[in-house]
Design a protein around this ligand. Structure first.
Ligand SMILES: [Zn+2]
Length: 96
């Protein structure tokens, strides 16, 4: 197994994307309205449900309620959904 140079918590293993599937499942299977979004511009951190959304037939522009910057955009292409991340510092499951 290849390893990155020593980091602050010791050497890290180099693996492929399959390794994060379990971690991401917890986030992606959470009710989207309670996922906590942190704004990369102002640092505000709040549940998705509190964001300001500008929506039309093809797109939803999701803005930070604190500073109005675009956090991300959701685009609909017929059967496909595309997420374009702009100013999301982090997405996290809500506190237990
Ligand atoms: Zn903000």
């Amino acid at each position: 197994m290849r390893q990155h140079p020593e980091g602050p918590r010791g050497p890290a293993e180099v693996v492929d994307g399959n390794a994060i599937a379990g971690s991401l499942r917890a986030l992606l299977e959470t009710d989207a309205t309670v996922v906590v979004v942190e704004c990369a511009h102002c640092g505000a951190s709040a549940p998705m449900a509190t964001a300001v959304v500008e929506v039309d037939e093809r797109a939803a522009i999701v803005r930070c309620r604190g500073c109005t910057r675009t956090l991300f955009t959701v685009l609909r292409h017929d059967e496909r959904v595309e997420l374009r991340i702009a100013a999301v510092a982090s997405l996290s499951t809500p506190p237990a």
